[in-house]
Ligand binder design. Sequence first.
Ligand SMILES: [Zn+2]
Ligand SMILES: [Zn+2]
Length: 227
Amino acid sequence: MDMVGISLREALKGGGCPICRLVEKFEDEEIETILYEHPNDPEVRKKFREGLGLCPHHAWKILHKALSNPLLGPLGVAVIYEDVLRHYLENPEESRPGECFLCRLVEGKERATVEAFAERLEDLLDEYQRSPSVLCRRHYQMLLRAVEREKPELAARLREIQREKLRKLDELMRAFIDSFDYRAERPATKEERESLRVGLEALVGRPFGRSESEGERKRKWGRWRLR
Ligand SMILES: [Zn+2]
Ligand SMILES: [Zn+2]
């Protein structure tokens, strides 16, 4: 299997949604690169200015990452955001949030990861079945759409496997809840304790940022503000 296939295979070992995990890792690495290498890079500053400091998800994630890493600290983020603030002060009228470039990057990575998974699904499906991974609802549907038309049998198998995984997950969550009963005969197992996180991830995915779709933007900002 090629390098992309190998990284997908690796992601299946970690539990949770393998696509979310890969996209989230990409997002983390992009943010680290900005913080380590580019606080003074004019191109990067321009992107921050255009997005008026980026979307809330990415702005706070950048700050959090910088503050939780002793090798980084607040200086780089302060340099970037002082520049955005000054730009906003100097142009209060024309300033309105443009697109967040990190959202755009992450969205591209998400699409590419789903496509890569879909192209290799025949080779990966057995492994997915055996693995502790559970695709989140969003990525399961994206994957299904990608293979449904040309490989209906493969899609049917994926559906079946996903359903079985969710059923098992539900069982584990119920056992976890039961373990709080004072009549419970045993404490919850590790798998049962982890089922809450895995269940949440299966429903809503990991919290990485991505661009809003056209429909989402319209609902939020109204048509007149679209660019
Ligand atoms: Zn996912
Ligand atoms: Zn963003």
